[in-house]
Design a binder for this molecule. Structure first.
Ligand SMILES: [Zn+2]
Length: 268
């Protein structure tokens, strides 16, 4: 069965109510997680977390606003590439990096893995790929973080085999099988947070896990169907879709058979 290893790769800080209505003005830490997924001798990364590239590409121009809005704490020794290296792995050991979406805190480490192909939502990539300046900033899309040859080896989930999900994963019904994963990693659209936002159902020895990326910022959000402050709607690509996805997570959580993991759940 698939194996999941979590990495914390830097964090940003925010007042709690920006992520969860009613959480107050306390400043909370939101770690940026990446995961290593393994099936047999195949390995994929799920996002990259922060990297020094974030600091570099938000130093000037409109993107300075990004780092002012989400102050980031990142120690270069904590980069995903270095954490993998400490476990005896280099980029060449990774089959592909799956991008849950294109926000800078999920893709900042791409330049640390120059030879590794990426997988993402084709529909989402089409929406962001040409954005520059304020339009890009509005989507938390920092073009410089994407290597020049990023598109040359890019694969889109829509090109993978579609399947009907097992009943245990209701209310989710359809997904795309990650090639070479023996059906143990299934990619699913989780619309609302950002263009092309996806999650992954992963079948481990302990059963199904859903890597739900930024579909919520706190488990309380899907347990109590509680959204963030209205201000946070500004950074969502489609707030009504976000609430529909949150309801789906709520039903999945109520069924009690899937372990749901979020990228940023922290001390909220
Ligand atoms: Zn995001």
């Amino acid at each position: 069965m698939a194996k999941i290893t979590a990495f914390e790769v830097g964090y940003c800080t925010h007042i709690g109510c920006m992520a969860l209505k009613g959480a107050g003005l306390r400043v909370c830490k939101f770690p940026s997680r990446a995961w290593l997924l393994e099936v047999g001798d195949r390995r994929w990364l799920w996002d990259t977390g922060y990297a020094s590239w974030f600091e570099h590409y938000t130093r000037r121009g409109v993107f300075q606003i990004y780092r002012q809005v989400t102050p980031v704490c990142f120690d270069p020794n904590e980069s995903l590439a270095r954490q993998l290296y400490a476990r005896g792995m280099v980029g060449g050991d990774i089959d592909a990096i799956i991008l849950s979406h294109f926000h800078a805190d999920h893709v900042a480490g791409l330049r640390d893995f120059p030879q590794v192909a990426c997988i993402c939502s084709g529909e989402g990539w089409a929406q962001v790929r040409s954005l520059r300046g304020f339009a890009a900033l509005r989507h938390a899309f920092v073009p410089g973080l994407f290597p020049e040859d990023f598109e040359s080896s890019l694969r889109f989930i829509e090109s993978f085999d579609a399947l009907t999900l097992p009943a245990a994963l209701a209310p989710f019904t359809h997904g795309y099988v990650l090639p070479d994963s023996n059906g143990q990693v299934i990619l699913v659209p989780l619309p609302g947070h950002a263009a092309g936002h996806i999650g992954a159902f992963v079948l481990t020895d302990d059963g199904w896990t859903l890597l739900a990326a930024d579909a919520a910022w706190s488990p309380t959000s899907y347990r109590e169907l509680r959204g963030p402050s209205r201000l946070a709607h500004l950074v969502m690509s489609d707030p009504p879709a976000w609430y529909r996805t949150l309801e789906q997570l709520n039903r999945l959580w109520q069924n009690g058979v899937v372990d749901i993991r979020l990228c940023h759940e922290g001390d909220l």
